[in-house]
Design a protein around this ligand. Structure first.
Ligand SMILES: Nc1nc2c(ncn2[C@@H]2O[C@H](COP(=O)(O)O[C@H]3[C@@H](O)[C@H](n4cnc5c(=O)[nH]c(N)nc54)O[C@@H]3COP(=O)(O)O)[C@@H](O)[C@H]2O)c(=O)[nH]1
Length: 686
């Protein structure tokens, strides 16, 4: 029998581990303090007093004794205070003098370990639930890229039998051509084991789908990759949206051509390539001639069809490696890369002009639309994107000035002119509000009496640095930039105010002629603007005359006729300016409610020396009479010109012979000077 007075007791009392000793009958014989702490209710013995152990322990003791083993371990859960405590019991025989003298029980509190185990189990369960029920695809592969695990979603997407997936290579399943992906991922994860991402187009049971794979390396305790876990998500919709956004950002929706932004990229790349291999490239800037007219006359739908057809024709004129871009309404840019000879650019420009000269059959209409092309060369005309585009644009303007339907290479001289033009444009924007504009008035004379029957208002610009500028220098800029709209409105208002002032001063019949530019005439708000000014100034509409060029009217004859009729209804008279220099269709002319034809001064100039000019002028005057129109001669500088005109029946003249354009106060004095007329050439004097 175990003797508790033996040195064992002292030893066991001193150690911190809980220990219990049972006697040979299996009764409690001793428990140290640590054991009491754990089993205060289960070990109801006072030191030295033997008592039987609880049933659950007695069963285990029996089992131990029966099996004759040296050691027996079991776990038991004890309710201590409010806590459940998991205790591991280890039973060992105690021998004294080779006789069994008792059983030693060591206790080990494994509650914390148990809790951790349970937490792990729960967490695993949670992860399993997540993996098995989520739509993302989850795989784990070994370092050879062979599957160790795949989520049910993966098996479903790729039509794989779950039972036969372990050991299969992942790459052939997700993308046949993606064999290298795993190797690459492995290499990358080896260097940076955090994670990497691939987007792979896979053939799934639902057809081709884009899947984004986030890969993460699983490392062993030595930090070496032992597997890769991949989470895949279907990103097909995102890819589609990205493609659409890219398309919108870089391509013109109407024609499908690259837009300005993509053009910049392509041109920049082409410049880099050309610099590297020492080749040339050309930038062609194209602007359709008369596109606005097509839009106005046939509507925007036909205008759109025209732009689409133009795009097709342009593409057919260049190589597949060249770029055709649409950068605005009717503006296109072409990049011709890797030119062998710069003259090639001219050949392509000619080809384009020829392609555009053929009629377009659109929506039942046969349309014609030419194109003007400007060419800038790399590196001669510029070595960066902006300069090349700017110079090609300038060259295009020059082509337009040369009569449309042509091409021009960029020239630095022309550039100088363009720079001046741009400076003037900037200054012109401020000219109206800075009150730098003013009007001169040139008298129109009755050839029979010498009376001043009217005046033409002519705008001038008192430029703060350049001094007095004539309209020939700035009207075309105003027309091209749209500034003609506010400028024209200012001219009309000022002229009407002046007309009203002269009417008040007694010159009630004095006609005030005002030039209306093509763009002003096409402007939708023209009629309301004229009405407002007439109302505002109180000017009698019967004294107002609008001068329009033939080209202005012929651009869209039907609309022009309607507008002219509306003007006539208000009592405003109408004159065709510079007659003979534009292209009038006589059949249209008879439908226009015109009052006067102003014979262009180029015919008057040589009237006395050129029988041809004389014949033209005589014919115009005769035609005017037959059409019940008045003929007015402009640019009359010599008496004999005036005599000839009078003899042919021309009733009115305007020119330096009578008076140069005058400031309003000077004309007021002239009008007030007496007979309200100017000296007529002697031969005509009444
Ligand atoms: N849209 C607008 N156009 C305008 C306006 N004001 C003028 N203009 C147009 O600018 C062109 C040039 O005009 P300008 O330099 O004023 O020249 C006019 C006359 O000075 C000039 N003229 C008149 N008589 C003679 C002459 O005997 N010899 C000669 N060499 N030149 C002469 O002719 C111009 C008037 O021409 P026209 O208008 O065709 O009657 C000119 O086309 C103007 O129309 C404006 O406010 N708006």
């Amino acid at each position: 029998m175990f003797n508790t007075t033996t040195p064992y007791k002292q030893v066991f009392s001193a150690i911190p581990a809980p220990v219990i000793i049972l006697d040979t009958h299996g009764h409690f014989a001793f428990a140290n303090k640590a054991a009491y702490k754990i089993l205060p209710t289960c070990i109801p013995l006072s030191d030295g007093v033997s008592c039987t152990p609880p049933d659950w322990l007695a069963v285990e003791i029996d089992r131990f004794l029966k099996h004759q083993k040296d050691e027996h371990t079991f776990e038991h859960c004890l309710q201590l205070d409010t806590d459940d405590r998991h205790i591991q019991f280890t039973l060992t025989r105690l021998d004294q003098d080779k006789q069994q003298s008792g059983i030693l029980i060591t206790l080990h509190d494994i509650s914390r370990h148990k809790r951790a185990e349970q937490a792990l189990r729960l967490s695993e369960e949670r992860y399993r639930m997540l993996v098995e029920h989520q739509s993302d695809l989850v795989v784990r592969v070994d370092t050879d890229g062979r599957l160790q695990f795949a989520s049910p979603s993966f098996c479903m997407v790729f039509g794989i039998d779950e039972e036969h997936l372990v050991g299969r290579e992942l790459c052939p399943i997700i993308n046949n051509s993606g064999q290298g992906m795993m190797k690459e991922a492995m290499k990358r994860l080896d260097c940076y084991p955090t994670s990497c991402y691939y987007e792979i187009n896979s053939q799934t049971l639902d057809g081709p789908r884009w899947i984004g794979w986030a890969m993460k390396g699983v490392v062993d305790e030595k930090g070496k990759i032992e597997a890769i876990v991949g989470i895949g998500r279907d990103i097909t919709d995102r890819k589609k949206a990205e493609k659409e956004i890219l398309q919108l950002a870089h391509y013109d929706t109407l024609t499908g051509l690259p837009n300005r932004s993509l053009l910049h990229d392509r041109l920049s790349q082409a410049i880099t390539l050309s610099s590297r291999n020492g080749s040339s490239l050309a930038v062609l800037f194209l602007d359709l001639d008369r596109f606005k007219h097509v839009n106005d006359a046939f509507g925007h739908q036909i205008g759109d069809l025209l732009l689409q057809e133009v795009s097709r024709r342009l593409n057919s004129c260049v190589r597949a490696t060249d770029t055709v871009a649409r950068i605005g309404g009717d503006e296109f840019v072409i990049i011709l890369s890797s030119l062998v000879k710069c003259s090639q650019a001219g050949s392509v420009a000619s080809k384009i002009i020829n392609a555009m000269s053929h009629p377009f059959q659109l929506g039942g209409h046969e349309l014609y639309s030419g194109v003007s092309v400007g060419v800038a060369l790399f590196p001669a005309d510029g070595t960066d994107v902006d300069t090349l585009l700017k110079h090609a644009d300038i060259a295009m303007y020059q082509a337009k000035e040369c009569g449309r339907g042509t091409f021009k290479f960029f020239s630095p001289d022309h550039n100088e002119k363009m720079v001046q033009r741009m400076q003037l444009e900037q200054a012109l924007r401020r000219a109206i509000e800075n009150q730098e504009l003013f009007l001169d008035y040139q008298p129109q004379i009755d050839n029979a009496t010498g009376a001043i029957t009217g005046v033409e208002a002519l705008v001038r610009w008192n430029h703060p640095q350049l001094g007095l500028l004539q309209p020939g220098l700035f009207i075309s800029i105003a027309e091209d930039t749209g500034l003609i709209i506010p400028l024209g409105e200012w001219v009309l208002r000022t002229a009407c105010h002046q007309a009203k002032a002269w009417q008040r001063a007694g010159h009630r019949q004095l006609r005030m002629a005002v030039n209306i530019s093509p763009r002003q005439f096409q402007q939708r708000g023209l009629m309301p603007m004229i009405d407002t000014i007439l109302q505002e100034t109180g000017c009698d509409p019967k004294t107002l005359e609008l001068e329009l060029t033939e080209t202005t009217l012929m651009d869209n004859p039907d609309e022009a006729a309607a507008l002219l009729k509306a003007l006539k209804r208000r009592g405003i008279s109408l004159a065709i300016d510079d007659f003979g220099t534009g292209y009038s269709s006589l059949s249209h002319l008879k439908h226009f409610p015109i009052d006067r034809l102003k014979i262009d001064r180029s015919f008057i100039n040589d009237l006395t020396r050129s029988p041809e000019d004389g014949a033209i002028v005589e014919a115009i005057i005769a035609m005017a009479h037959r059409l019940h129109l008045e003929a007015v001669a402009e640019g009359v500088e010599y008496r004999d010109q005036c005599t000839m005109l009078h003899n042919w029946g021309c009733t009115t003249s305007q020119g330096f012979l009578f008076s140069r354009p005058l400031p309003a106060p000077d004309l007021t004095s002239l009008l007030a000077s007496g007979q309200n007329n100017v000296a007529l050439p002697i031969a005509l004097a009444p």
